[in-house]
Design a protein around this ligand. Structure first.
Ligand code: 13P
Ligand code: 13P
Ligand code: MG
Ligand code: MG
Length: 366
C-alpha cells in the first residue's frame, strides 16, 4: 500500500499585520483536522511559517484526493471564523473562492503531495517559505540535485550516479499546466536556462533516474493568476524525500546557506535574501526578510515521528546573521533598480494607475 504525504497551506489571518497566526487560529485548524480527520488521515502535523499555516497529512488515498483536500479547506474555513472573531489581519486571505470544488488547487491554498511505497526507513523534509514565491526553491533544488559542489553523493553514491529528472512548470501559462521534463546531468544547461527565471519557470517535481521514484514535490500556485490581482505572495511549500538513493538531508539543506535573493519581501514587490529560520517563527523587518523553515520527519505506515527542526542549529545562526546583512544592504537602495521587482511582477495595482496618469503627462519635444 502506498503512503501519501499531503501538505496544504494557507494564510487565513495573522496578528498585527502579515506577521504570524494567533494561537487560537492555529488551535482551531488543529482541532478541525483532529476531529474531522478521524478515519480519513493516518497522521497530521500543524505548524506555521510567518503568517502561513501548513497542514501536513499522511494517508493512503493518493494525491489530489477530494476528501483530504476538503478536510484542509474546511479546517482553513474554521480558522477563518476565529480569525474574523479576533479581528486578525487578512482573515481568509488565501481562500480565494467562496466554496470548495473537488481540489484546493486553483482555490488559493498551496499544495505539495508525494505518493510512494515506503522504504524500510523513510526520512523526508517539509519546507515552508513565507514572503516569497515557488521560484525561491529553484536554485537550492538545482544545486542539491545536479551539482557535486553541493551534493557529494553525486560523486560518492552509486545510487545517485544516473542523476535526476526535473519536471519544470511554466507558471505564466493560465490555460493549464504547461510542463517540460529534463534530465540532469545531460540537460543541465537547459535546466539552468529555465530555472534562472524564478517568476516564470518553477520546479514542480524531481524523480530519481536510478529507481524512477518521486523525490520532490513543490507547490506551484500563483495567487496572482487565480485572483487576477494581488492578494498576497504565493508562499510555497515543498516535500523532499532524503537519504539512500536520494540526496542526504544535509545535501538538500546545504544550498540554503547562500541566502540567495528571491522575489517577495514587503508587499510581495521587492527582492530580498531567503533566510532559513526555525519552524513556527514569525516575520519582522520590512515584512520579511523572506524566510524558509524545514522540518525533518520519518514516517512508518503513515505514522509520523515528531519533527526535527532542521534550521534550529548554531550553524544557521551564523547564516542568519549573514543574511540579515544582505537584507540590510539591498534595503539601503529602497525602490531603486533591482531592490524592487520589475513592473510586471509588482503586486499592487496602484502603480498601474500612477503610470497611466504619468504617461499622459509626457510630451515628445519637437
Ligand atoms: P503574505 O503574502 O505573506 O500575506 O504577505 C503579504 C504582504 O503584503 C507583506 O507585506
Ligand atoms: P546513507 O548512506 O546512510 O543514506 O547516509 C549518507 C550520509 O552519510 C549522509 O551524510
Ligand atoms: Mg498575509
Ligand atoms: Mg504569507
Amino acid at each position: 500500500m502506498k503512503t501519501t504525504l499531503s501538505v496544504i497551506k494557507a494564510d487565513v489571518g495573522s496578528i498585527g499585520g502579515h506577521i504570524q497566526p494567533s494561537k487560537r487560529l492555529l488551535e482551531a485548524v488543529r482541532k478541525h483536522v483532529a476531529t474531522e480527520g478521524r478515519g480519513l488521515v493516518t497522521d497530521s502535523y500543524i505548524s506555521y511559517t510567518g503568517d502561513d499555516i501548513a497542514i501536513l497529512m499522511t494517508h493512503s488515498r493518493g494525491k489530489g484526493n477530494e476528501k483530504i483536500h476538503q478536510l484542509a479547506w474546511d479546517a482553513f474555513v474554521a480558522g477563518t471564523r476565529v480569525a474574523k472573531e479576533q479581528g486578525l489581519y487578512g482573515a481568509g486571505q488565501d481562500l480565494l473562492k467562496d466554496s470548495f470544488s473537488g481540489n484546493v488547487k486553483g482555490l488559493g491554498p498551496a499544495v505539495a503531495e508525494l505518493d510512494f511505497d515506503e522504504r524500510p526507513n523513510e526520512p523526508f523534509l517539509f519546507f515552508a517559505a513565507d514572503k516569497t514565491d515557488p521560484g525561491a526553491y529553484n536554485l537550492p533544488l538545482y544545486l542539491a540535485f545536479t551539482d557535486p559542489m553541493y551534493n557529494s553523493g553525486l560523486i560518492l553514491s552509486p545510487a545517485m550516479s544516473q542523476g535526476f529528472r526535473f519536471v519544470i512548470m511554466d507558471v505564466s501559462c493560465t490555460e493549464g499546466d504547461r510542463v517540460v521534463e529534463l534530465n540532469a546531468p545531460e540537460d543541465m544547461y537547459d535546466i539552468a536556462a529555465l530555472l534562472r527565471d524564478n517568476q516564470r519557470f518553477v520546479v514542480e517535481a524531481i524523480y530519481s533516474r536510478t529507481s524512477g521514484e518521486v523525490v520532490v514535490s513543490v507547490s506551484t500556485t500563483r495567487l496572482h493568476n487565480i485572483a487576477g490581482k494581488y492578494t498576497g505572495k504565493d508562499d510555497p511549500v515543498m516535500l523532499v524525500r532524503v537519504q539512500g538513493a536520494f540526496p542526504a538531508t544535509g545535501e538538500v539543506l546545504a544550498p540554503f546557506n547562500i541566502g540567495h535573493y528571491v522575489a517577495g519581501f514587503m508587499r510581495g514587490s521587492h527582492t530580498g535574501p531567503l533566510m532559513p529560520v526555525r519552524s513556527n517563527s514569525g516575520i519582522s523587518y520590512f515584512d520579511g526578510p523572506p524566510v524558509v523553515s524545514c522540518q525533518a520527519f520519518c514516517v512508518s505506515k503513515g505514522i509520523l515521528t515528531e519533527p526535527a527542526d532542521a534550521f534550529d542549529h548554531p550553524y544557521w545562526d551564523f547564516v542568519r546573521t549573514k543574511v540579515s546583512q544582505k537584507a540590510t544592504d539591498i534595503r539601503a537602495q529602497g525602490f531603486s533598480g533591482v531592490s524592487m521587482l520589475h513592473y510586471g511582477e509588482l503586486e499592487y495595482g496602484g502603480i498601474v494607475e500612477k503610470m497611466k496618469k504619468l504617461e499622459n503627462m509626457f510630451k515628445v519635444r519637437a
